[in-house]
Design a protein around this ligand. Structure first.
Ligand code: NAP
Length: 572
């Protein structure tokens, strides 16, 4: 009998749901996880290839980091003319950046514009995260469950979650006792936040904390910057878009785009630098060293990494750069005691160099103070440090991210042995080219650990990887392969190579989020630091040899409980 108000499940026979649930499973060729800059391009690319593809996005809008990181002052630290898609010259010419470094709002508008231009909205499911993924060897497919309860299957699973998507936990004791407002930089609300007339604390002095400080210092009644470590900050020299550079790019889009992909810049050799290709520091006279540094300081930007060819590997060369910047800080900050507190003590560039205009200048303002005493705990009214109590109305946490693995660790992904992709990553990620992990057939990661990732232009690297995956799927379809995964030995060799190229880097000894500190005291550098060009050479070398290092299997191959569909990746 039907009882009014009873849940529908209670009044229908269980078989109804079994049949309904069976029918509600949707089959895809490719499921992309994330609709940030990588996922947007990936779903476009796979659709262009004729594949049935969908992107799952747990947020309520597209954009990834540029959707989440809405904190005051958020902007990119790579020139806008470079930090954009390269796959469409038309898109490149149509979109006009207003500033040298685009602000978050403009970047998000650009990503939305791209989604609309290529008609991708219907292929992106918002507020839908991937909760579970099980590889079924008998079907050569992943069975997926989303956070909304949708059930899907996919021949190919493409993780496009970015490297810095999950915020680091706020482990500061007493945080829930604070009666004021706590804001997290990477989960900033969409509604305007009123900070004028407020006493504000910014905790964290990485890129995010520094950018936040430069803007909030102009708004807050008082701003206290809580610094655990003094960081290196060099000028971005932001300003209006350089019209000549933009026009030159528009006229030569093809060439320029190819250049991005082969750029050695992010490998650290400084080719193409406006101050001339660098030599080791010792090969310049001291006066010449200072001139080069001064010129790069005035130009601004990431190339401060490559003023000298050996500054990332040779401590003496690094000291020349570090001392130059320390002197700049001492020249900017009027209070000499405060200036010393703001001078970093670790070698420059061993953590990601921060770019911001006017950061050190903020500390000359009466409404800004630096707190470098260690935080003990939060209280109802503020923050207790070793040297006293600091009353505030708003606390902004800019504590960084669970880099590289934060996103994937939230998803219950299982292979046929019941393992998670990170099960064997206790001494650092183990991947082949940062694209795949042994034991997880048909699961690809865009800009994953072991690829140039955060050391490269993330737009072009995501495009490069999505193109590679699309080519691989086509190759498999044409030859009747159902699955691909790395051979363990090839993965071990690549993982060892990733470690070897990082050995010479001073930053391996630092506290960069790119370094995993292992339980046995060893350190693992996570991205590939050997340069974008060397990476492409290795990956394309493998591809040209029929995906050397990867194991390709047909559906009917012994050892697999065989399906019969040999045409992997092709939609019915
Ligand atoms: P981050 O560089 O990891 O900095 C986190 C900051 O929080 C550090 O100052 C850290 O102190 C501090 N912190 C962490 N836990 C703390 C605790 N329990 N108590 C006190 N302080 C604590 O994170 P981020 O600033 O978000 O930047 C991460 C990366 O995101 C950047 O390197 C960059 O790759 C990217 N990013 C890019 C842009 C851009 O394009 N412009 C902007 C923002 C971020 P310690 O230094 O002592 O560890």
């Amino acid at each position: 009998m039907h009882c009014p108000g009873a849940p529908v499940r209670a009044i229908l026979p269980a078989s109804y749901f079994w049949i309904r649930d069976m029918h509600s499973v949707e089959d895809f060729d490719v499921v992309v996880v994330g609709a940030g800059l990588g996922g947007i391009y990936a779903v476009h690319k796979f659709t262009q290839e004729g594949l049935k593809a969908v992107a799952l996005e747990k947020a309520d809008s597209v954009g990834g980091v540029w959707n989440y990181n809405r904190y005051p002052g958020a902007r990119v630290d790579v020139d806008s003319t470079d930090y954009c898609y390269s796959f469409s010259p038309e898109l490149y010419r149509e979109w006009r950046w207003t500033e040298r470094y685009a602000a978050q709002k403009e970047l998000l508008e650009y990503l939305n514009y791209t989604v609309d231009k290529f008609d991708l909205r219907s292929r992106i499911r918002l507020k839908t995260g991937l909760a579970k993924a099980d590889w079924r060897p008998d079907e050569q497919r992943y069975h997926l469950e989303t956070t909304t309860g949708d059930r899907l299957t996919a021949r190919f699973l493409v993780m496009a979650m970015g490297n810095l998507s999950e915020p680091r936990d706020a482990t500061i004791p007493g945080i829930s006792d604070f009666k004021g407002t706590v804001l997290r930089s990477s989960r900033w609300p969409k509604h305007p936040v009123w900070l004028r007339d407020k006493r504000v604390a910014v905790v964290g002095t990485g890129s995010t904390g520094v950018q936040t400080t430069t803007v909030v210092s102009q708004q807050a009644k008082h701003l206290s910057v809580f610094q655990r470590t003094a960081h290196w900050v060099v000028p971005a020299q932001n300003g209006p878009l350089d019209e000549r550079r933009y026009q030159a790019y528009c006229e030569n889009t093809g060439l320029i785009m190819a250049g991005f992909k082969n750029s050695k810049l992010f490998g650290g050799d400084g080719a193409g630098s406006p101050i001339g290709a660098p030599k080791p520091a010792a090969q310049y006279e001291p006066a010449e060293q200072q001139q080069r540094l001064e010129r790069q300081w005035n130009i601004g930007g990431q190339r401060f990494h490559v003023v000298f060819a050996d500054q990332t590997t040779n401590k003496a060369a690094n000291d020349v750069v570090s001392n130059f910047v320390r002197d700049k800080i001492r020249g900017i900050v009027k209070d000499p005691v405060l200036a010393e507190k703001l001078c970093p003590t670790f070698p420059i560039g061993t953590r990601r160099l921060i770019q911001a205009d006017g950061y050190f200048e903020c500390f000359n303002q009466d409404n800004v103070s630096l707190v470098d005493s260690p935080i003990q705990h939060m209280t109802e009214t503020g923050i207790q440090t070793e040297d006293g109590h600091h009353e505030v109305d708003v606390i902004i946490l800019a504590l960084g991210f669970k880099a590289f693995t934060g996103g994937i660790n939230l998803i219950d992904i299982r292979n046929e042995k019941g393992e998670h992709p990170t099960t064997h990553w206790t001494k650092g990620p183990r991947t082949l080219f940062g694209l795949m992990t042994a034991g997880f057939p048909n699961m690809f990661t865009l800009t994953g650990p072991g690829s140039p990732a955060v050391l490269a232009n993330l737009f072009t690297q995501n495009e490069y990887h999505a193109d590679w995956v699309a080519d691989c799927i086509r190759y498999m379809a044409e030859r009747g392969y159902a699955s691909i995964e790395p051979e363990l030995e090839a993965q071990d060799r690549w993982t060892a190579r990733v470690g070897e190229v990082a050995m010479r880097l001073l930053r391996l000894q630092g506290n960069d989020y790119m370094v995993q500190r292992n339980a046995d005291g060893t350190r693992t550098f996570i991205p590939w630091a050997g340069g974008v060009d060397a990476y492409a050479e290795a990956l394309e070398g493998s591809t040209a040899k029929g995906y050397e290092g990867f194991r390709l299997r047909k559906a009917s191959e012994p050892g697999r409980a065989g399906g019969t569909d040999a045409k992997a990746g092709v939609s019915a």
